[in-house]
Design a protein around this ligand. Structure first.
Ligand SMILES: C[S@@+](CC[C@H](N)C(=O)[O-])C[C@H]1O[C@@H](n2cnc3c(N)ncnc32)[C@H](O)[C@@H]1O
Length: 421
């Protein structure tokens, strides 16, 4: 991130009749022009010349710091910002610039002191609170980081990055033994930002408060739009197997290529290759435009729709012979509406194949949202919900869906059918 610039304080204004612009100021202005054009390498020696002629130009020290930082000369940049402060630029901006470059140089203690100084001078600087939070997060001080992110959000309530940062750090705090502190902070997050999808969903999960029956649409959209570019690579790293396991359920039958198939929550289209041989027509539906763009690039779908899948299914009665939902119902707690809509969208004899993450029966609940925002389901609940939706359970296997933090994630791999006739 570029440092904040300073104009020449107390400098001589151009155009004031009879007053000459000192050479140091002229040089500094030439340097500013170069820097503004993105030429840090050209600007820096001009700043140095200006400061050799007049070392008291505080703003020039600051702007030279920016140029040095852009050139990756971090320690020299830090020295330049300190010189700016020494020569009177005792403003939040100079301390903030100093904190940012010290953080980049991994001089964390000095960086924190500089950020705190910046915030003492300018407590309304949301970016400084956020960056201070990032610094504490990197140092493993998750509770302190959360407090700083909350300050940033008090100033900029709609700042998606700061919400993202706060959610991530509360998750870490919770995972690393700070459950109570994380829950208390999550409750405050939800209270202060009731309309923010991340605060609502992840906040509830971490606070241990009642979650929505399924993840809010705007949470899903935002999460996967951000994740889309990395999704395939990350999932391959985690040895993601849901599409292959579901394809395995279908493999007892030779694909005739005559089915109308829906890939529900198709994401980037990882199921498309397995589904294509069965399909006369292969359609995908997903909430995330970013994921759909990736799916489109595969060139395997006959149609792709940006829509919520329960609503989509409900408006496509008797339209499909096969519906697949790989790793999608983990964004649902209550499955009744989704399964009933899937049943209604299937033709008699049609099949629904899906995975969920398995909830330990010892938990005692039908489903539970975890602090990372996904739900897990008890096998007994799945069996009942499938039956209640009017579907017949054909298979409900336990298998490894993928790894997470090095641990296997066990799932239920389910095949159900709409009774024929
Ligand atoms: C973990 S990804 C799985 C994608 C794909 N099925 C696969 O196996 O690679 C979950 C996908 O479900 C989508 N999704 C979650 N809830 C949804 C809903 N209610 N309606 C439509 N799409 C949804 C997300 O946008 C995301 O693309």
């Amino acid at each position: 991130m570029a440092g904040s610039r300073s104009s020449l304080r107390g400098g001589v204004r151009r155009g004031l009749a009879g007053i000459a612009v000192p050479p140091a100021v002229k040089l500094s202005r030439q340097a500013d022009a170069r820097a503004a054009a993105g030429d840090a390498a050209g600007a820096e020696p001009l700043y140095a010349q200006a400061l050799a002629a007049d070392p008291t130009l505080a703003g020039t020290h600051n702007n030279r710091g920016n140029a040095l930082r852009a050139l990756g000369r971090l320690d020299e940049a830090a020295a330049a910002y300190r010189a700016a402060v020494l020569h009177g630029l005792h403003e939040g901006m100079a301390h903030y610039n100093l904190g940012s470059v010290l953080r980049q140089a991994e001089r964390q203690d000095e960086a924190e002191a500089a950020f705190r100084q910046a915030l003492a001078l300018r407590p309304d600087h949301a970016e400084a609170w956020n960056n201070c939070g990032n610094l504490l997060r990197d140092l493993g001080r998750f509770g302190g980081a959360a407090v700083d992110y909350r300050r940033a959000l008090a100033l900029r309530p709609d700042w998606a990055d700061a919400h993202d940062n706060l959610g991530a750090v509360l998750y870490l705090l919770h995972e690393q033994g700070g459950e109570e502190d994380a829950a208390a902070l999550a409750r405050l997050w939800r209270r202060d930002h009731p309309d923010n999808p991340l605060a609502r969903h992840i906040g509830a999960a971490i606070a241990g408060e009642e979650a929505d029956p399924r993840a809010p649409d705007d949470y899903v959209r935002q999460t996967f739009d951000l994740f889309a570019d990395e999704f395939d690579r990350k999932l391959a790293e985690l040895d993601y197997r849901a599409p292959a396991l579901l394809a395995g359920l279908l493999s007892d039958e030779e694909p005739a290529g005559d089915l109308d198939v829906l890939d529900a929550g198709c994401g980037t289209g990882l199921c498309a290759e397995a589904l294509r041989p069965y399909a006369r027509r292969l359609v995908g539906v997903d909430l995330s435009d970013g994921m759909l763009n990736r799916a489109r690039a595969r060139g395997l779908y006959d149609g792709l729709h940006e829509a919520e899948l329960v609503g989509f299914l409900a408006t496509h009665r008797l339209a499909f012979d096969l519906v697949m939902a790989a790793d999608v119902f983990c964004y649902f707690g209550v499955l009744d509406d989704a399964l009933a809509a899937a049943c209604a969208a299937l033709r008699p004899g049609g099949r629904l194949a899906f995975t969920v993450e398995a909830l330990d029966p010892a938990d005692g609940r039908p489903h539970r949202v975890a602090t990372h925002g996904r739900y897990a389901h008890a096998e007994a609940y799945i069996r009942t919900a499938v039956a209640n939706a009017g579907l017949m359970l054909r298979r409900c296997d336990r298998d490894r869906l993928r790894f997470e933090s090095g641990e296997p994630v066990t799932g239920l791999v389910v095949l159900a059918g709409r009774p024929a006739g």
